[in-house]
Every structure is written in C-alpha cells, then in structure tokens.
Design a protein around this ligand. Sequence first.
Ligand code: FAD
Length: 317
Amino acid sequence: MKVIDSIRKAKTPLFTFELLPPKKGGKIDNLYQTVNDLVEFEPSYINVTYHQHEIEYYERGDGLMEKKVVQKRPGTISISSALYNKFKIPVVPHLICGGFTKEETEDALIDLNFLGFNNILALRGDPVSGQKRFKPEPGGHVHANELVSQIVQMNRGQYLNPNLKNTTASDFCVGVAGYPEKHYESPNMETDIYWLKKKVEAGADYIVTQMFFDNAKYFHFVEKCREAGIQVPIIPGLKPISTFKDIDMIPRAFYIDIPNELCQEVGKCKTREQVRQVGVEWTAQQAMELKRYGVPALHFFTLSQSDNIRKIAARVF
Ligand code: FAD
C-alpha cells in the first residue's frame, strides 16, 4: 500500500521505522531480526536508506596514496525487495540524486517498478565524505525537487528516451525530507521552506522530518509550513540517544540541537545501558506528546537496532 493511502486510512498515528543496509560483507539476517523484533507493533511500512559511494585513500607502499571509490552499504533495492517478500510489509526504498545520472535514476525506477514497489523517499544525498559541498553526477540531479519531477514524469508514462514504445506508467507515492531545525546549507528557515514547497509542488505526497529532540521545533516547523501553503502530511522522525558519543556526534552530523536537560541526564549515566534507557525515556515522552498532537505517523531511525525502539513502541502503540 502507498504511504499516503495508509495515512489517509489511519485513525491513530502509524508506526514506521528506517533500516540501514548492512556494511559490505555483512548479512541480511540482522535486518530480518530487527524487523522480527518490531513486527508485533504492526509497522505500516519500513524505510531502507541509500548510501552513496565514499572516497578512501590507501598507502601504496611507494610513499604515494591511492584513491579508491568504495560503496560501504550497497544493496538498497535488493534488500528492500527481500524484506518485502519475507514480511509482506510495504517497504520504502530511499533514492538519492548523488552518484546517479538521470538515465541511471530512470533504470533504478524501472527496477523498482518491476519489483512492484510503489513508494520512494526522494532525497538529494549528502556530500561524499571528504568533500565539503554536494557534487551532482554530471548529467544528474542537483536537488531533490528534480528527482521528484522525474519520478512524477514516469508516473505519467514519460521516460527519458522519447522513442520508447509501450512505456508503462509507474505509480510511485513520493516522500521527501524536511528539517524542523532547517537544512544546514539553507541561510534561514523561510528559504528552506520555500524549497521544501517546491518539492511538494513537484509532486511529493508527504514529508518526513529529520530527527529532533525538542517537540517545540517540530510544532513550529509544521506551523511555518502550513503558513507557507504546504498541505501534505508532515511525519516526525525520532531517534533515541543510544550512546555517550551521540551527544557529540549528532549535532555535528545532523546540525541539530540536543536540549540541555537531555545532555545532563546522559551526563549522569555510568554505563551504556543507562544511556540507552535515558534515550528510551526521552523519545517515548516525545512520541506520546506527538501522538496526542495528532501526527500522521511516528517514524523511528533505528540504525537497525531494535531493543530501544521496542521499549518505546510498547509504551506508545
Ligand atoms: P534538497 O531538497 O535538495 O535540499 C538541500 C538544500 O538545498 C537545502 O538547504 C534546500 O533548502 C536547498 N534547495 C532545495 N532545492 C533547491 C533548489 N531547487 N535550488 C536551490 N536550493 C535548493 N541521505 C542519504 O544519502 N541517504 C539516505 O537514505 C537518506 N535518508 C534520509 C532520510 C530522512 C528522513 C532525512 C531527513 C534525510 C535523509 N538523508 C539521506 C540525508 C539527506 O540526503 C541530506 O540531508 C541532504 O543534505 C539533503 O537532502 P534533501 O533531499 O533534503 O535535499
């Protein structure tokens, strides 16, 4: 089922979560286990992230370094297909602009269509590690709104090659990303929402947000989006703090604030288990307040671990 149809049908917020493909060499069994652990809470759909290649440098032994392009977490489309076939729960593969020409994007869309997917989360992707700015592939999309347009064109049966005959129209429901604390490249929230609206005008059916730890940020963001004329559902993304390192890493990696009260609670912890419990408590409180507010769904960034999300889901759903 399409995400937008699940949202329309639901009377209470949906439970949804995101998985990361395992690192190269890893097995899919851990993902299966994560889903098995969460299946009793009846997830409406499961997202699978897409990871662009990264640049790594190796010592050659002659004093020089060799540059190699590596993909650390391949397999988004095949993993999505395996998950769907095993659990029969709708899967939302992520598709990014980075690393794709428009033709390669079209091929990925054709694969997804063949495999029976009708949901995609359309994203630009971050700069490749070691690069400061996002660099599109020559002949690729620069921003997510262009990717949304390409998907919508295929939904109308319009492919890149005008000579194709019998072009089948796809039927993808498209989600896009939104940032309650604004995207880090945007000069201000208004500009970021202006571009977010362009993604919706291009055909996005719903928005799913970056994680946040203070619900006031989400409420304010929704208000600003509505004022700007964005009417589609805005799904909050939540991640429980799970390690001591998260307090340093999350603001650097995602350009978001962690409230002082949460930092202090983590500061009192002596063990990793205590940190995970603080994270569970905080996110459960966030989720319950968001549920009372009437959000369309609660979307959890699991990092493919289920113990903490299970505890939260047991309290909220
Ligand atoms: P865009 O919508 O293109 O926006 C990027 C920036 O450009 C913003 O500052 C925006 O205001 C501005 N902008 C947008 N359109 C235009 C335009 N037409 N002209 C000028 N400026 C514009 N990354 C991955 O690599 N893989 C994933 O699987 C993944 N999953 C994610 C899931 C969620 C829920 C979220 C919130 C993020 C995810 N990301 C993922 C991260 C995302 O790719 C990055 O945040 C990226 O930096 C921006 O992606 P975007 O789709 O929001 O880009």
